[in-house]
Design a protein around this ligand. Sequence first.
Ligand SMILES: NC(=O)C1=CN([C@@H]2O[C@H](COP(=O)(O)OP(=O)(O)OC[C@H]3O[C@@H](n4cnc5c(N)ncnc54)[C@H](OP(=O)(O)O)[C@@H]3O)[C@@H](O)[C@H]2O)C=CC1
Ligand SMILES: O=C(O)[C@@H]1CCC=N1
Length: 264
Amino acid sequence: MKLGFIGTGNMAGAIMGGIIKKGIIPAEEIIGSDIMETGRNHVKELYGIQVTADNKEVAEKADILVLSVKPQFYAETIQEIRESVREDQMVITIAPGKTLAWLEEQFGKPVRIVRTMPNTPALVGEGMTAACPNQYVTEKDKAYALKLLGAFGKVEVVPEHMIDAVVAVSGSSPAYVFMLIEAMADGAVAEGMPRAQAYEFAAQAVYGSAKMVLETKKHPGELKDMVCSPAGTTIEAVRVLEQSGFRSAVIEAEKACAEVSRSL
Ligand SMILES: NC(=O)C1=CN([C@@H]2O[C@H](COP(=O)(O)OP(=O)(O)OC[C@H]3O[C@@H](n4cnc5c(N)ncnc54)[C@H](OP(=O)(O)O)[C@@H]3O)[C@@H](O)[C@H]2O)C=CC1
Ligand SMILES: O=C(O)[C@@H]1CCC=N1
């Protein structure tokens, strides 16, 4: 099974890195093209995949083709490769805003498409991916696509109308979480902890908290209450966070994120 990537930037790198690390598809069976020579060479050196400057070559050689360019370049990229794409291939898209209906119209012929929204934690095998197969994707294709996407984290099939919410809650959210970790570490540094140690403490606290939500299945509010000792330190921090609009800031950020996703 040959896997192709058109665009070998951050998200493509995270996906191929996750797949290679898990041994699902060997690096020699992965091919990528990128307009930028530096981008191509980067993944070639890092992962040992084949690279080319020719998008059509990737479209012709791949059994599964991942369109990993920015949404703004989807139309021109599909225009360039549409003649090379065959009915027995599967195209995986990862761009926000590009609906199955729009993608089918761009190809102008029956193409098996799985619209997805992954995230960069794919690189460490902890991705969260939503998948929406189109009408031409067979049950066998769907099973293989889910196996592939599940190789670098969790994957769930969702109705397409939910994909903008997915962009907000998992596609883009690693950025907000990294900001939170950075800010938590800044706070610790302000209190005298060395910077590297502060990142370790902050990241492990976030990791452990996420694991508690996933494993205990308890309501996050209940888990929060378990940390807040009466008249203690945590409830004071919670009070200040509420005063600063912490929760509202996250909700409003996600609404803005989903709005951009719908508009692309
Ligand atoms: N980064 C993330 O966390 C996530 C990204 N995505 C989606 O993944 C896609 C890629 O995003 P990301 O990896 O962040 O972006 P990057 O800019 O890192 O990667 C895209 C790469 O494609 C190259 N490129 C542009 N035009 C072409 C072309 N015509 N042919 C071949 N290569 C081309 C770009 O070159 P140049 O830099 O010169 O433009 C760049 O190297 C987007 O659709 C994005 O929405 C989805 C989920 C998460
Ligand atoms: O910022 C972006 O547009 C992409 C989509 C989801 C995460 N990164």
